[in-house]
Design a protein around this ligand. Structure first.
Ligand code: GTP
Length: 393
């Protein structure tokens, strides 16, 4: 599926930059256009793959290219003020050639967490293509302001996009790793999972396994209906098909050998499906109650079979209780591995989100307290003033 990707803030920009690099490396053809938006000049300069003229600096008159320092209200304000400059970069995208927009942002900081929902709302007003989001939640050790920003931004972002795919840094950060080194690895994880998922919709129909190849409408239909999504992934290295013997002759040789190989292929697929669903998700959650799901099995065509995918799909149906589970394959020659990607869309039982909602509620209650307090102060001031005035007469 062809995407117009827009990275907002530092995390968003770096992840989209990596998507562009992934796309070139794998020739997957998913990034039709890539834009980076930031209020910090240095962050834009640090990008490597997004074209220079597609990097947009906003808020210059307010923050002079230095970022908004985790102030997400300021991030939202400058995004609104400078939305025309962002639109200027979007104008150069051949939108008729894209299937959807993808706005990517870290939700803990200021620029992206404030600006990404503003941009999503703007794009939805102008274009008919779906607007999806990838939102990155901060690590629990990043501090209160990051959690509070994420809590607020999440609520707005999920409302403004057609589906919010979430990645939780908190469950992916390894201890003892430098923050930067850690992010490089994490970003690779993000890009691999979403790269395989969106790449699946880019395969021409009509190959050896044509009938069950995933197409972009299946991705769009799984994401339709909105809400929050999470992605599971598992892979295993496999022997490539080589001409002149080995696997090829075992597969095509017929008889008992073929049976064994087929069973082996099927079993590998079903176990990869279980590993992907039960292993670490981009956003850990209870998969039961998921509204819709899509299973993509990627790898060399001789290692994919319909029976395995169908079994995997059925298993996901049982585990999620969903009646809307799609499945298909994504044949990739010479990939050297078979990978299972599961998109779980409309997940409801997510501990981290409940935690964030609680933080947002508490902050809201505090805001009310603060407002009440200042209202009271104002009232006292006015009343005292009146008393003073009364005593003058
Ligand atoms: N996965 C991932 N997360 C990141 C990366 N860089 C930052 N983050 C996360 O994203 C959050 C937001 O950080 P930034 O993207 O730097 O913030 P910003 O949107 O540029 O906003 P300001 O710096 O406040 O102007 C942080 O709290 C981190 O949790 C990255 O490269 N990868």
């Amino acid at each position: 599926m062809k995407l117009a990707m827009i990275g907002f803030g530092q995390a968003g920009g770096k992840i989209v930059d990596k998507f562009v690099e992934y796309d070139k490396r794998h020739g997957s053809g998913i990034v039709r256009a890539a834009v980076a938006v930031n209020s910090a000049k240095a962050d834009l300069m640090g990008l490597e793959h997004i074209p220079q003229d597609q990097r947009v600096l906003i808020g210059q008159s307010r923050v002079k290219g230095h970022g908004v320092g985790a102030d997400n209200e300021l991030g939202a304000e400058i995004a609104e003020e400078d939305i025309d400059e962002v639109q200027g970069a979007v104008d150069s995208i051949p939108v008729h050639e894209v299937d959807a927009f993808l706005v990517v942002s870290g939700l803990g900081g200021g620029t992206g967490s404030g600006g990404a929902p503003v941009l999503a709302k703007h794009l939805k007003r102008i274009y008919t293509e779906p607007v999806y989001g990838i939102g990155v939640l901060p690590g629990g050790d990043e501090g209160g302001i990051y959690t509070l920003n994420a809590a607020r931004s999440f609520q707005t972002f999920v409302r403004e996009v057609d589906n919010l795919m979430v990645f939780d840094n908190d469950s992916w950060r390894k201890t003892g790793e430098s923050v930067q080194g850690g992010y490089d690895e994490i970003n690779e994880e993000i890009v691999t999972r979403f790269g395989v998922l969106f790449g699946a919709g880019e395969v021409e129909q009509g190959g050896e396994v044509a009938e069950s190849v995933v197409d972009s409408s299946e991705i769009i239909n799984t994401l339709a209906g909105g809400g929050v999504s999470t992605v599971g992934y598992a892979s295993e290295t496999v022997e490539e098909k080589s001409s002149g013997g080995g696997l090829l002759s075992r597969i095509t040789g017929g008889g008992e050998d073929e049976q064994i190989d087929t069973a082996h292929t099927t079993n590998r697929i079903t176990s990869l499906v279980r590993k992907a669903a039960l292993g670490r998700l981009t956003l850990p959650c209870e998969i039961e109650g998921t509204e819709r799901a899509l299973l993509v099995m990627a790898g060399p065509p001789e290692h994919l079979n319909r029976k395995g995918i169908e079994r995997g799909r059925k298993w996901i149906e049982e585990q999620t209780g969903s009646m809307e589970v799609r499945g298909g394959d994504y044949p990739i020659r010479n990939s050297g591995k078979v990978a299972s990607v599961i998109l779980l869309s409309g997940v409801t039982n997510v501990p981290r989100i409940k935690e964030l909602q609680q933080v947002a509620i508490e902050a809201q209650e505090n805001i009310d307290d603060i407002r009440q307090e200042s209202d009271q102060n104002l009232e006292n001031l006015v009343n005292d003033g009146e008393d003073e005035l009364e005593s003058l007469f």
